[in-house]
Design a protein around this ligand. Structure first.
Ligand code: SF4
Length: 239
């Protein structure tokens, strides 16, 4: 695998190590581990299932009942899945510094500023619990206009929604794509400060050099790759 900048890490992925998963397994020998895709290959290798933000609910619903389940590494996404499925998940206390910094106060401020806007909120965000309330509250000004959605679901919703204005709660990079694909609609970041310094390390120039020089290279040990792929294949089998 090639990566344009070896420093382009992820604060969320750093919050859980393979040994943490093994420690949980030692006390839950019949348990299952679900790993959100933003984690290392070594953590995926310790997991039973991988998941994305778009299919996490479906993956957890497909698990056999009455076995303990550990969800890693994102606390906000795991808590969201626990609420939706009603399943008593053990949720790892990891978070992404960008998404966790998006707070209920940011949501309130944007609701006042753009009362006509539809809210598109990624489930990794620190504001997801309060926006769940707006998404379901009868008679609330934003009832029916607040959606907890993965990045792909965000682009789909922006395309198909009759709304003309959106507030987007996730890393601000997704705004470029939303604006390009929907030039007749308005998109506002929940917070302009929600920029990931790791993602911004990947520039077009570095991508060009990486493809030209075929480096820097990341090598995953074959045994780790085989076990990590097993968790991904199980996710894909669920759909
Ligand atoms: S925004 Fe950055 S730190 Fe957060 S999950 Fe994405 S890559 Fe990781």
């Amino acid at each position: 695998m090639l990566i344009p900048d070896l420093d382009a890490g992820c604060s969320l992925a750093e919050t859980v190590r393979p040994a943490d998963v093994r420690t949980w397994r030692a006390t839950h020998p019949d348990g299952l581990v679900v790993a959100y895709v933003n984690c290392s290959a070594a953590v995926k290798a310790e997991a039973d299932y991988c998941c994305t933000s778009g299919n996490a609910v479906a993956v957890v619903r497909a698990l056999p009942p009455d076995v303990p389940v550990l969800f890693v590494p994102d606390f906000f996404l795991g808590s969201h899945v626990r609420r939706i499925t009603g399943r008593a998940l053990d949720v790892w206390m990891g978070e992404c510094h960008v998404h966790a910094a998006l707070t209920p106060a940011d949501v309130e401020a944007r609701r006042r500023e753009y009362p006509d806007a539809e809210f598109l909120v990624h489930p990794e965000c620190g504001c997801v619990t309060s926006t769940m309330y707006y998404a379901s509250a009868d008679g609330d000004v934003a009832a029916g206009r607040t959606h907890i959605v993965s990045t792909e679901q965000m682009t789909e919703r922006a395309r198909t929604s009759p709304a003309r204005r959106f507030v987007v709660a996730t890393e601000t990079g997704v705004l470029h794509r939303l604006r390009r694909e929907n030039p007749d609609k308005q998109f506002h970041a929940l917070a302009e400060s929600a920029e990931c310094r790791f993602m911004k390390l990947i520039t077009l120039e570095k991508l060009r050099d990486c493809l030209r020089d075929l480096k820097p290279e990341v090598v995953v040990p074959p045994d780790v790759a085989v076990r990590a792929r097993r968790a991904i294949d199980r996710m894909l089998a669920i759909g």
